[in-house]
Design a protein around this ligand. Structure first.
Ligand code: NOJ
Length: 514
């Protein structure tokens, strides 16, 4: 386990929308370099950058055309290497986004794979042997290639599935997981990883990490086996490199696949989902962090605790404020609500991720789909730095902007919030610095619930020797807890105090006691 992960706080950057330095309306790598001091000031010491590779951008870059080439609109490979160096000089690690399950249909491998004549890449993707034959319940395309057969899709129509084999093979054309073609795909992906690790990157966020082997068993054990071999490669040759999976099944990803971290995504019937944006109560939003919501922390804990217990010795569950696929938390939560939600995320075990702009409460905007974003596009708009043109994101003409900026009067910005000690931005800074100060708030320290009662406040939990308490509701509460005895607050949002065994915690408040 890389030591640096223990105190890591990640910041996710969607490169399109972070900072444009060449006035073409789209963010670039030099823009990220320019803002590294800002990232550091936030208390983040690691980055995850969404795919920045050559692509036709039918899925915002998750449709890779060349894994080893930076997309021209972001800069050059040299710029990316420069970014690694500048980040490292500030103690910041950089994770790139690896998309191993599919490529763009314009990738050279796919172009060769679609040819009539058999060649080195014929087995690189999943093909049937007959153009009139589908792929079970899986999405596929046929009738577009000179090669006879249909090819399987992993996501959108432009993203053919790479071939890692099938565990349960029911058709002749299904490769075995240990077939030469499946092994060649694994080697090709390892080669991509080595290429960027050798260039100085610190690891990868892995897109749809669970999607590799088709007809896998219910534990995804064949897919997990591939990732374990990747982890072996890292442990042997790049022991400081880290892997975080888009899997949302920490037992499979961490225990099975050897991932250092697994994202807790907002899937249906998922505990994370009940915290910030509750989709599951039929129109009524009972997110735990809404002051008006009928918050119930047990909905979260019932899902989280079993996952935490079985994986905490081997790796970390990663909670995020949101990501480029999910609505921004400010869509449903006000600033006082966000403060408590972020206090929670930044005081939990595992490794937290802050999505760019969430630290200032950027809104989820009602904008038209861009590059396959569809309903996700509203979370991908330009970063709001200040009150100059285009919020300081770019000095291009408005029509050239990759996506429109927030035009509203009360659009938050970094500059305005830097001047306000009580702003969301400064609260996030104080929370990250608290986490860096106390080992007991970091990734490894133990977690135990002390007071968690269905539909009751507050929620009190222990991290190592510290006691954290939070109350997102509008009513102050008072409870007696023996764990409180002799403690004093080291950090508070709102009002909270302990007298003997009595904890008093005001509305929308959070505190850490020593
Ligand atoms: C998950 C990524 O986060 C998403 O943005 C992308 O569209 C799909 N995987 C397909 O790669």
């Amino acid at each position: 386990m890389p030591e640096w992960l223990k105190d890591a706080v990640f910041y996710e950057i969607y490169p399109q929308s972070f900072k444009d330095t060449n006035s073409d309306g789209i963010g670039d790598l030099n823009g990220i370099i320019e803002k590294l001091d800002y990232v550091k000031s936030l208390g983040a010491n690691a980055l995850w950058i969404n795919p920045c590779f050559d692509s036709p951008f039918k899925d915002a870059g998750y449709d890779v055309r060349d894994y080893k080439k930076v997309a021209e609109r972001y800069g050059t490979n040299e710029d990316l290497i420069h970014l690694f160096e500048e980040a490292h000089a500030r103690g910041i690690r950089v994770l790139l986004d690896l998309v191993p399950g599919h490529t763009s249909d314009t990738h050279e491998w796919f172009i060769k794979s679609s040819q009539y004549e058999e060649n080195e890449y014929s087995g690189r993707y999943v093909w049937t042997s007959n153009a009139f034959e589908g792929i079970g319940g899986h999405p596929y395309i046929s009738g577009m290639t000179e090669r006879y057969g249909a090819y399987m899709l992993n996501f959108f129509a432009s993203q053919p599935a790479l071939n890692y084999g099938w565990l349960n093979r029911t058709e002749k054309w299904m490769s075995a997981v240990d077939s030469p073609e499946a092994l060649a795909t694994i080697e090709a992906m390892k080669d991509v990883m080595r290429f960027w690790l050798d260039a100085g990157c610190d690891g990868f966020r892995v897109d749809m990490a669970d999607s590799l082997v088709k007809n896998d068993d219910e534990n995804k054990s064949a897919t997990a086996k591939i990732w374990r071999s990747v982890r072996e490669m890292l442990d042997a040759d790049y022991p400081e490199a880290a892997l975080v999976s888009e899997w949302s099944n920490p037992k499979q990803a961490i225990n099975g696949g050897g991932f250092h971290m697994d994202f807790y995504l907002d899937h249906w019937h998922n505990g994370y989902n009940t915290l910030l944006r509750d989709y599951e109560t039929g129109g009524e939003d009972n997110s735990f962090f809404r002051a008006e919501g009928k918050g119930d922390i047990m909905r979260f804990l019932d899902d989280y605790l079993p996952k935490y217990r079985v994986t905490s010795k081997n790796g970390y569950i990663s909670m995020f404020t949101c990501n480029h696929d999910t609505p921004r938390p400010a869509r449903t939560l006000s600033v006082p609500e966000l403060k408590i939600a972020y206090a929670f995320i930044l005081s939990m075990p595992g490794i937290p991720f802050i999505y760019y702009g969430d630290e200032i409460g950027m809104k989820f905007l009602d904008v038209r789909s861009k590059e396959g974003g569809y309903h996700r596009t509203g979370s991908r708009t330009p970063m709001q730095w200040d009150d100059t043109k285009n919020h300081g994101f770019s000095d291009c003409e408005e029509e050239k902007l990759y996506l429109p900026v927030d035009q509203s009067e009360n659009a938050p910005s970094v500059k305005a919030q830097e001047e306000d000690p009580d702003s969301l931005l400064n609260t996030v800074r104080s929370l990250t610095s608290l986490r860096h100060r106390f080992k007991d708030l970091q990734a490894d320290a133990s977690f135990r619930t002390v007071y968690a009662v269905r539909e009751e406040m507050p929620f009190v939990y222990e991290r190592g020797n510290l006691l954290c308490a939070l109350n997102p509701s509008k009513q102050g509460v008072r409870i007696r807890l023996s764990e409180c005895r002799g403690r004093k607050a080291v950090y508070t949002i709102g009002e909270a105090e302990i007298e003997h065994e009595i904890l008093t915690i005001g509305p929308q408040s959070f505190a850490v006691f020593e």
